[in-house]
Write a protein that binds this ligand. Structure first.
Ligand code: ADP
Ligand code: MG
Length: 296
């Protein structure tokens, strides 16, 4: 007997390196009119590197201490930025003290007790006062972001003591993947990211995206998806992090990057990119279109 077209397409998607979880999903993929990509770990490689440790005046900590506290607090986190901070501390042979009261806040950062002190590590939006324009921490953050790096703020006992600059390389196949998606859906994809506007806009222009939604918390990503859907778009969201899980669930089709994807994200997704290659996404949309033509 010949295999039904959608099942054949699922098998084919598997050969391309995408695990499509059901025939319904396989069929829906081809109706996608807009794709929304996450940034960190999706359009970028997701193996960021620490480029800068800046100490803030008044914090009385050295750069090594700032990095050591930050790495200790980040140690339990599965976020790619956390991994970069821990790797950098290890490379400098800093010993990481054990932590207590670890708390991860998706899209914002982490907090933990290190050597008896409260350490918070995360985004400037989450950790700096909105009214802090012009103060030193904000200036340091602006300088790091102006270079296209991601700024991560370190608080010690609620005081900003340092800012880390982190770089992440764009995946080389991101631009061709975005071009192929644009061609297939007739509209350029959208970038939805928790990172800052400057860094996000720079990356977007490198890959051919103009619609940039930055500084989004996990629920803001859902709102962005719903807005597109309210305008009649059939949205596929591609993401890797736990912060993307709600948006993947809200999308018509949620696609998780399998490589470093969190368990929750993999479970929530309708399809998983197992081969670490973004061009598999336009490939499966095209496969779905072909299968639908046979079915209909
Ligand atoms: P993206 O949407 O680009 O994948 P996230 O939503 O995961 O990014 O994170 C958004 C921002 O929140 C990051 O740019 C960073 O500033 C901050 N952040 C989130 N988690 C962490 C963490 N574990 N350590 C430091 N910063 C974090
Ligand atoms: Mg991400």
């Amino acid at each position: 007997a010949t295999m039904p077209p959608l099942l054949a397409a699922i098998a084919n998607a598997g050969r391309h390196g995408v695990l499509v979880k059901s025939a319904v999903v396989m069929e829906q993929l081809g109706t996608t009119t807009r794709v929304a990509f996450d940034k960190t770990g999706t359009l970028t490689r997701g193996t960021p590197e620490l480029a800068d440790v800046r100490v803030l005046p008044g914090g009385e900590l050295t750069a090594e201490q700032v990095l050591r506290y930050a790495a200790a607090a980040e140690h339990p986190s599965e976020h790619p930025l956390a991994a970069a901070i821990v790797r950098a501390a290890r490379a400098r042979r800093l010993d990481l003290p054990p932590v207590g009261e670890f708390l991860a806040r998706p899209g914002r950062g982490v907090s933990a007790r290190v050597d008896g002190s409260l350490v918070q590590v995360g985004s400037p939006a989450a950790l700096l006062d909105p009214g802090s324009a012009g103060d030193t921490a904000r200036e340091v953050v602006d300088g790091i972001q102006a270079r296209g790096h991601t700024a991560v703020v370190v608080l010690w006992e609620h005081r900003p003591v340092g800012v880390l600059g982190i770089t992440d390389q764009v995946r080389e196949e991101a631009e061709p993947a975005v071009a192929a998606v644009t061609e297939l859906t007739g509209a350029a994809p959208v970038l939805v990211t928790g990172d800052n506007q400057v860094t996000a806009a720079r990356l977007a222009s490198q890959v051919g995206i103009t619609d940039v939604r930055a500084e989004l918390l996990p629920d803001d990503k859902v709102t962005a998806v719903r807005e597109l859907q309210a305008r009649g778009q059939r949205v596929a969201v591609v993401g890797d992090g736990i912060n993307d899980a709600p948006a993947l669930a809200a999308a018509h089709t949620g696609i998780a990057m399998g490589g470093a994807g969190s368990d929750l994200t993999l479970q929530t997704a309708d399809a998983i990119v197992v081969r670490d290659d973004l061009t598999t996404i336009p490939a499966v949309i095209a496969l779905s279109r072909r299968a639908r033509r046979v079915v209909v």
